[in-house]
Design a protein around this ligand. Structure first.
Ligand SMILES: O=C(O)C(=O)C[C@H](O)[C@@H](O)CO
Length: 253
């Protein structure tokens, strides 16, 4: 049995814009439902959501019925966290808080088997379908997709170096953290932040590196796509649930 091709990674550079949805509710059932709504990718957050490894595993299993690719965000750029998430079968990672090319290279290295990287080896993990993917060791390094998150002013200054690291497949701009770093905590719509986001996508386009972003605002999402962002999360489960539940309740006041 062969390891499947990572369609999300293949489409990131060559295909249409990948529309995503951000999940923090720690609900495998939620992911099962969302996976059948047509989103190209679903982000499973373990940085700012209390998702443990076993939750991520449930999410991966729940997503197998749908068509959405799962992207998992580890809590930190940590080789052990990354190894464990890869072993349970995540193929797409979004690594938070990358500050320079050294940290980006470390993130990539953690996802690669030796001699290229430092990923520990097991032949019987879920990632290799418990050893049934006969080509897993030969192809894992090339199929795993590594996206890094740039979310501070100083990281923006090093954007070209970070994005140019071999093995970095995409760069995600974190509007909330970036806003905080610019001194505009809670205000990603601030003009300085928006200019930085626009400038960043231009620089990434020049390098041929796909840029990603998250917003819960439709007009903003459309603007980011127009600017050239290639993997765009256009909503979050918590925001959607809260907004729609509030709206529904208001209908019966
Ligand atoms: O800076 C950002 O924006 C992000 O990193 C995304 C946030 O962490 C996300 O949790 C917002 O809901």
């Amino acid at each position: 049995m062969k390891m499947p091709v990572n369609g999300f990674k293949a489409r990131l550079t060559a295909g249409p814009v990948q529309i995503g949805f951000w999940t923090s509710l720690c609900s495998a059932t939620g992911v099962e439902v969302l996976g059948q709504t047509g989103f190209d990718w679903l982000l499973i957050d373990t940085e700012h959501a209390p998702n443990e490894l076993s939750d991520v595993l449930s999410h991966l299993r729940a997503s197998s019925l749908g068509d959405s690719a799962l992207v998992v965000r580890p809590a930190w750029n940590d080789a052990v966290l990354i190894k464990r998430i890869l072993d349970i079968g995540a193929a797409n990672l979004l690594i938070p808080f990358i500050q320079n090319e050294t940290e980006a290279a470390a993130a990539v290295k953690a996802t690669r088997y030796p001699p290229v990287g430092t990923r520990g080896v097991t032949g019987s993990a879920r990632a290799s379908n418990y050893g049934k993917f006969e080509d897993y060791f030969a192809r894992a390094n090339e199929e795993i997709c590594v996206m890094v998150q740039v979310e501070t002013r100083s990281a923006l200054d090093k954007l070209t170096d970070i994005a140019s690291v071999e093995g970095v497949d995409g760069v995600f701009l974190g509007p909330s953290d970036l806003a905080a770093s610019f001194g505009h905590l809670g205000l990603p719509q601030n003009g300085d932040v928006q200019s930085a986001l626009r400038d960043a996508v231009r620089r990434l386009q020049d390098l041929g590196k796909p840029a990603g972003i998250l917003t819960t605002n439709r007009e903003e999402a459309e603007r980011y796509i127009e600017w050239g962002y290639r993997f765009v999360a256009v909503g979050t489960d918590i925001n959607l649930l809260s907004r729609e539940a509030t709206r529904l309740r208001e209908c019966f006041r």
